[in-house]
Design a protein around this ligand. Structure first.
Ligand code: PEP
Ligand code: MN
Length: 332
């Protein structure tokens, strides 16, 4: 249940009511917001004077629900805003991993050339094998910060586990919680304490209910800036790396209020399919894309087979505006 309380009652009273209802308490500019389990359907009449509005739900998708906020949630990344009625589709691009200064400078130059604002690059990689490249760690975060300072780019990078979440929060403009890390409640709770945007990737075996409840951990802890990212599910199919769940995207758009970003690169797993898949994603009227691009994919230290080279990316970008325009969106 979500309960709005008058601001005039003051913090101590709001906390008392939150405690009595076993609820989270968020302080907004003109009200307090209490969030308790969806099992709660009514408020004790003794608190009625303090309440301005209340909302009941049939599941613990509450703050992220369209039933709570019919106008979708807007999230601002640097000087760009996605979600709500902005019609923006933010094209986020860059390598799977930050590998060297030369590499990330080349990626930054490509983004600048194409008037793009948001650079991706992992520094803590959740690899399937301990013997694979694990990322540059803090050194990589410092390179991303350098790209931000030298080129004015916003940077998004992933947190793999709770040991370095503070560093990722400090150095990034958007915190990416990876598909394998989205169940880590230490990460979710740490990301709830910042106001920086958090992009949560759906685990490859995660139901939509579980996925959106991960968002609820961040939202209920007081960070309203949550973005949901579909990146493919594991199915019986082996020819493609994963299966991109566009039906799930339709669900997220219909029932949640968070911006929805798609990652065709990890879903496909092979560069050849990424351009077509990207256009299919754009045609769904989504809020953003996450595309892996590398100056020389053949020598990439992670996800080599799925990264586009720079010319392939330029060619792809040149085709996107008409598709976006057909669904009243624009690529930014
Ligand atoms: C990535 O974005 O490089 C990544 C590791 O993605 P995912 O968490 O979706 O596998
Ligand atoms: Mn990757």
């Amino acid at each position: 249940m979500i309960i709005h309380l008058k601001k005039e009652i003051g913090n101590a009273k709001a906390q008392g009511i939150a405690k009595a209802n076993n609820a989270f308490l968020i302080e907004e500019a003109n009200q307090y917001v209490l969030i308790s389990s969806s099992g709660q359907k009514e408020i004790d009449p003794q608190f009625a004077d303090a309440v301005t509005e209340s909302f009941v739900f049939d599941s613990d998708i509450q703050l992220a629900s369209r039933d709570y906020r019919s106008k979708t949630r807007k999230v601002t990344i640097g000087n760009v805003t996605i979600g709500g009625n902005t019609g923006n589709t933010l094209l986020i691009a860059g390598p799977c991993s930050v590998e060297s200064e030369t590499q990330i400078q080349e990626s930054s130059a490509l983004l600048k050339e194409l008037n793009l604002t948001t650079l991706r690059g992992g520094c803590y990689k959740p690899r399937t094998s301990p013997y694979s490249f694990q990322g540059l760690g803090l050194e990589g975060l410092k390179l991303l910060k350098q790209m931000k300072e030298e080129h004015g780019l916003n940077v998004i990078t992933e947190v793999r586990d709770a040991t370095h979440v503070a560093d990722v929060i400090e150095y990034s403009d958007v915190i990416q919680i990876g598909a394998k890390a989205m169940y880590d409640q230490g990460i979710l709770r740490a990301c709830a304490k910042t106001q920086k945007p958090v992009l949560i990737k759906r685990g490859f075996g995660t139901t939509l209910q579980e996925f959106v409840q991960c968002a609820e951990f961040v939202l209920s802890g007081g960070n309203p800036n949550v973005i949901l990212c579909e990146r493919g599910l594991r199915t019986f199919e082996t020819k493609t790396r994963f299966t991109l769940d566009l039906c799930g995207v339709a669900y997220l758009k219909e029932y949640t209020n968070c911006p929805v970003v798609l990652d065709p690169s990890h879903a496909m797993g092979h560069a050849y399919g990424v351009p077509d898949l990207t256009r299919a994603c754009v045609a769904m009227g989504i809020d953003g894309l996450l595309i892996e691009v590398h100056p020389n994919p053949k020598v990439a230290k992670s996800d080599a087979s799925q990264q586009l080279n720079h010319q392939e990316f330029r060619d792809l970008v040149a085709t996107l505006n008409p598709v976006a325009a057909a669904v009243n969106h624009k690529i930014i």
